[in-house]
Structures are given as structure tokens and as C-alpha cells.
Design a protein around this ligand. Structure first.
Ligand code: 13P
Ligand code: SF4
Length: 319
């Protein structure tokens, strides 16, 4: 097989030759994160990925992440070519919110504004009034509550409950979960905190309530990264996909990073602290999609023009 370095060089040359830019999430392989940064792309959270892809001049976007990220990029830039290293990279939140069931649920509650998380299909977004990501959900729901709106929230129940607690908004919650964050354990985290009382605890809000309750910082992947970079503590316990530590180590080399506890380990638990779908992204996939124009994201035009409204509303709100 081709060496990692040879693949990296090939991917780099192809990105340049095809006038393409690599847009990567913090949970993908470290080689892909490094390649994105080295070639003028970005490593980011899902909100920043969407914005970057939309604003970049390149005609081809290679999105290293999961399917909804590629779809959002395509919806925002229908005239660009959006490629993904592996089109089968999905997300348990997306899978747990089938568009037809969701549309029925919305139809049953016509008096409610529909707020959906980025981690959903284009068809679900087409049914929504607002899209949010973990970095801006709180602000947007506060805004809607101030307007006296009642809400439908889908699909992540943990994030929904957290936002509901923080804002006091009237929210009907869909019952989805992220299989990665759902595995973090509060009791074990409490014990770890006792062992390292000086550590700051950073938690992604897709985690269960008991875990969020132990956090010093609750936020999106970028917000967690910033907390490590700017934090005064030496030690951080991190409750999210462990590949985020790749970027944390680069930007905060002196700090000690500890993975938050899950019930299992990699032998017993396929989704403990690393997303199996994010793991499908590899250098070989970047090379293949650029070389053979495969892995292209298509979003039906009618769905896309409907879905773009809720994404645009979010982007205008955070602008
Ligand atoms: P962020 O928006 O924080 O990057 O989260 C997206 C995601 O899929 C987390 O699992
Ligand atoms: Fe979906 Fe969870 Fe994977 Fe993020 S980590 S893509 S929310 S399954």
C-alpha cells in the first residue's frame, strides 16, 4: 500500500490541481486535519464549516466529516461541487429523525416554530424554520423565547433538554441521541474529578444531563477548544470525540488532556469517544474523490431551496 506520506502528497497535489479546498471537522483523522490547514482549508465546528464552505472561492469543496456537513455545504452553495471521502458517513441523530415521521410530528403541532439541529438530513431542514448548531442554539432559542414562540426541537434530546433548562423555553423534544456522547458516564466522571480536583471539565451538550451537570464549560467543539487554549488550568477533562485532542495539543501544547470516562473501551464499545462515521474519513478517500470525481453530494433542488432558508436564518442571526 502507498505510504501515508505519499498519499498526503497526492491529496495535496490533487486539491491544488482541481482548485479544491478541504473543509474538515475536529473529529476526523489528524492527517486530514493537518492537510486541511496546510492547504488553505479549515478544521472547525459544524457552524464554521458551513460558513467557510459558503464563503470560499474554490469551486470544489471536499468536506471531511459526516453527511449532513456535506449536505449543508451543498445547500448553501448549490453551484459548487461538494465531494466527501465517504458518502456512507452518517450520524445517529440524522438516522434517528426520518423526514416523514418528523413532518407528521410537525403537522401535529402547527402552533410551534420548528428548530432543528444541523445534524439532520436536507429533507428535515426543509421542514424547519430554524437550523442551529451547538455553538449558537442557546442564543437562538433565547431569541425565540423572547418573541413568545413555542418550539419543536429535534433531534438531540440531551442538547434539547440542556437548552430548555438554560432558557426556560417551551420546547417539545424529539428523542434522538448521539451514540458517541450518550456513552459518557457521570458517576465515573465524578470519580475522575476527585482524582484531579484542579482539572477543568469540558462537555459537549450532546452528553447526558448528569455529565453536563459536572461541566465547567459546556459548548461546541470550537468552544471547547477555545476553553483549553485560553483556560488558566493545566489539566482538562474532555467529554467529546477524542480526536479533538489532536487540535487541542497543537494549539495548547503544554496542557494535559484527559478523556472523559465511558462505560466501555474500544474493545467493547464501537462508539466510545470516537464517532464511527467520522472515522470513515481517510486520506485515501480524499485522493479517490478528487481523482475519480466520486463521493459527490447531490441535494434535490426543491429540497435545497426550501432547506436553505433555515440555515440562512441561523447564519444571519450569528453574523
Ligand atoms: P459541533 O457543531 O460542536 O462541531 O458538533 C457537531 C457534531 O456532530 C458533534 O458530534
Ligand atoms: Fe453524529 Fe455523534 Fe458522530 Fe457527531 S459524533 S456525527 S453527533 S454520531
Amino acid at each position: 500500500a502507498e505510504s501515508r506520506e505519499a498519499l498526503r502528497q497526492r491529496a495535496k497535489a490533487l486539491l491544488q490541481a482541481r482548485n479544491a479546498v478541504l473543509v474538515a471537522h475536529y473529529y476526523v483523522d489528524g492527517d486530514l486535519q493537518d492537510l486541511a490547514l496546510e492547504t488553505g482549508g479549515i478544521v472547525a465546528d459544524s457552524l464554521e464549516m458551513a460558513r467557510f464552505g459558503r464563503d470560499h472561492a474554490a469551486q470544489t469543496l471536499v468536506v471531511a466529516g459526516v453527511r449532513f456537513m456535506g449536505e449543508s455545504a451543498k445547500i448553501l452553495s448549490p453551484h459548487k461541487t461538494v465531494l466527501m471521502p465517504d458518502l456512507d458517513a452518517t450520524c445517529s441523530l440524522d438516522l434517528g429523525c426520518p423526514p416523514d415521521d418528523f413532518a407528521r410530528f410537525c403537522d401535529e403541532h402547527p402552533d410551534r416554530q420548528v428548530v432543528v439541529y444541523a445534524n439532520t438530513s436536507a429533507a428535515v431542514k426543509a421542514r424547519a424554520d430554524w437550523m442551529v448548531t451547538s455553538s449558537c442554539a442557546l442564543g437562538i432559542v433565547e431569541h425565540l423565547k423572547a418573541q413568545g414562540q413555542k418550539l419543536i426541537w429535534a433531534p438531540d434530546r440531551h442538547l434539547g433538554r440542556y437548552i430548555q433548562e438554560q432558557t426556560g423555553a417551551d420546547m417539545l423534544l424529539w428523542h434522538g441521541a448521539c451514540i458517541v456522547h450518550d456513552e459518557f458516564k457521570a458517576t465515573e466522571l465524578e470519580l475522575l474529578k476527585e482524582q484531579y480536583p484542579d482539572a477543568q471539565v469540558l462537555v459537549h451538550p450532546e452528553s447526558p444531563a448528569g455529565v453536563v451537570a459536572l461541566a465547567d464549560v459546556v459548548g461546541s467543539t470550537s468552544q471547547m477548544l477555545q476553553a483549553v487554549v485560553h483556560g488558566t488550568a493545566q489539566r482538562y477533562i474532555v467529554a467529546t470525540d477524542n480526536l479533538i485532542m489532536h487540535r487541542m495539543r497543537q494549539l495548547a501544547p503544554g496542557k494535559v488532556l484527559i478523556e472523559a470516562p465511558t462505560a466501555g473501551n474500544s474493545a467493547t464499545c464501537k462508539s466510545c469517544a470516537h464517532c464511527p462515521w467520522m472515522a470513515m474519513n481517510a486520506l485515501q478517500g480524499v485522493v479517490d474523490c478528487l481523482e475519480h470525481q466520486q463521493g459527490e453530494i447531490h441535494v434535490e433542488a426543491a429540497t435545497g431551496s426550501q432547506a436553505v432558508r433555515c440555515i440562512q436564518r441561523m447564519l444571519d442571526f450569528v453574523a
